[in-house]
Write a protein that binds this ligand. Structure first.
Ligand SMILES: NC(=O)c1ccc[n+]([C@@H]2O[C@H](COP(=O)([O-])OP(=O)(O)OC[C@H]3O[C@@H](n4cnc5c(N)ncnc54)[C@H](O)[C@@H]3O)[C@@H](O)[C@H]2O)c1
Length: 264
């Protein structure tokens, strides 16, 4: 057994039907945890859960909906027989120059990324704190973004929401400590990864005229990156396993950049 061993732990990962969340769910399962995939996508999500094998599951969840959260965390806790790890990964990004900003797009990003994460913390705390349905404390990992630590045109509102996730995480850790919940809270700041969202962002940066082509946009990001490459799903998944594990037992209220040296 190593400090990174998650055998016996029970985890819920939001937005895990594809992309970074799917990779995080697979890595947590690979480290020994039982995992519930929570996502809006009720065709893809159950397939990912099934591919993880026995003891894992899927729940349908819109992270922006409080009642949805209550039901999903209850189902996941019943299915897994507890809950120790919550990864608030679901998020949306809608690229726009600030001069072209549309209020509904701004509200959509805000609603999913900030209340969507905060509601997860709410129901995670209620379930994991002493006396909750799981009751053993645990770890919450929120997926912010390198966008919370740099200034990149075209992602103003997205960056604002991810800065919100970062601050929310710090307050959550402080609240958990003050109120004796026994739940650590940290965030990760992924750099650009070519998932649906990452590829979409590169395409959109070209579409709105910031770069001559998506390739040029990607080249600019790589050029800013001391490690000289884009991020991979596995890079983000490994950081989440670490923060969920006993290897990170005294890491609390922090933010871990996983961006090859971009940002802080
Ligand atoms: N890909 C990147 O370059 C990158 C970089 C930094 C941060 N991030 C963050 O990582 C997280 C995952 O991004 P990704 O690249 O995998 O995106 P993605 O678009 O590939 O996947 C997002 C997943 O979240 C789900 N989702 C969206 N809205 C939801 C909602 N309201 N309720 C439940 N599920 C919902 C989608 O169905 C999908 O399965 C997001 O929070 C994103 O902001 C991504």
């Amino acid at each position: 057994m190593t400090l990174l061993d998650l055998n016996g732990r029970k985890a819920l990962v939001t937005g895990a039907a594809q992309g970074l969340g799917e990779g995080m769910a697979r890595a947590l399962a690979g480290a020994g945890a039982k995992v519930v995939i929570a996502d809006l996508q009720d065709e893809l999500g159950p397939k990912v859960a099934e591919s993880l094998g026995q003891g894992h599951g899927f729940v349908r969840l819109d992270v922006a909906d409080d009642a949805n959260w209550e039901a999903a965390v209850g189902q996941a806790t019943d299915l897994l027989g507890g809950l120790d790890i919550l990864v608030n990964n679901a998020g949306v990004e809608i690229t726009s120059l600030l001069v072209d900003l549309l209020a509904p797009a701004a509200r959509k990003q805000l609603e999913v990324n900030v209340p969507g994460t905060a509601l997860g913390i709410k129901h995670g705390f209620r379930t994991m704190r002493p006396g909750g349905a799981a009751g053993n404390g645990g770890a919450i990992i929120n997926v912010a973004s390198v966008a919370a630590t740099i200034a990149f045109p075209g992602i103003g509102i997205y960056s604002a929401t991810k800065s919100g996730v970062d601050r929310l995480t710090r307050v959550a850790a402080a609240a958990s400590g003050k109120l004796g919940y026994g739940v650590r809270g940290n965030s990760v700041y992924p750099g650009l990864v070519p998932t649906r969202m990452g590829v979409g962002l590169a395409n959109d940066c070209a579409r709105i005229g910031l770069f001559g082509s998506p390739e040029e946009a990607v080249g600019a990001v790589v050029g800013l990156t001391p490690s000289g490459r884009l991020g991979e799903v596995a890079d983000m998944a490994a950081a989440v396993v670490f923060l969920a594990s006993d290897a990170a037992a005294f890491i609390n209220g922090g933010g871990l950049p996983v961006a090859g040296g971009v940002g802080r």
